[in-house]
Ligand binder design. Sequence first.
Ligand code: SF4
Ligand code: SF4
Length: 216
Amino acid sequence: MAKQGQTRNPYNLCSWLPVSECKNCTIAGRLKCRYNSGDLLHFIGLFLFFLFPALIGMILSGCGWYLLGWVGLAIIFFGFWEIRILCSHCPYYAEKGVTLHCIANYGCPKFWKYHPEPISNSEKIQLVIGFTLICGYPFPFLILGEQFSLFLLTAWGLIMFFWILQKYTCSKCVNFSCLLNRVSKEVVDEYLKRNSVMRKAWEENGWQIGGATSRK
Ligand code: SF4
Ligand code: SF4
């Protein structure tokens, strides 16, 4: 690969190389491997389907002050916790800089170092706990406030969020060891072949290029 700006791309990951390096890539188009603002807007738009009815329902329930608890939880989760257990393993995180430039958590601070190895089982369990807390937070308030229509709308928004995310984003996401990731092993192998830092870390954790390794 051509020499690139080491200042921006200290791990020499192809996702942060100039786009001209993608010319002969056999998996081009099969991954969301380069930052794209359209992908970011798609993610934000999807999340709003869940967020809006939840916000309105909590306010109509007379529990508006409890939104502060949700905001605090979100700051801890997205600012410190999720970013360590999920994002610090993602190629998007490997870019040099103090904030994340990616197709979902754009703008979050990067307090941790990049971890090219796969996400551990303990981190996966923590992720499930974190998602449950963040996504489940508004529902008890909607029940207490008897906002049953908004409860259903919020639940529907959440289901649609994960369903559409799985179909259009997780099937192409470069954070391959995430629990939700659905990229095929063949494509993961090709990406690892192009990214030696990740490949080494994954092979040290038992991954075999071309082998039958499962990432789950
Ligand atoms: S996998 Fe790497 S080289 Fe291939 S299209 Fe994506 S960023 Fe470019
Ligand atoms: S895991 Fe998702 S949210 Fe985190 S850096 Fe990667 S693309 Fe962004």
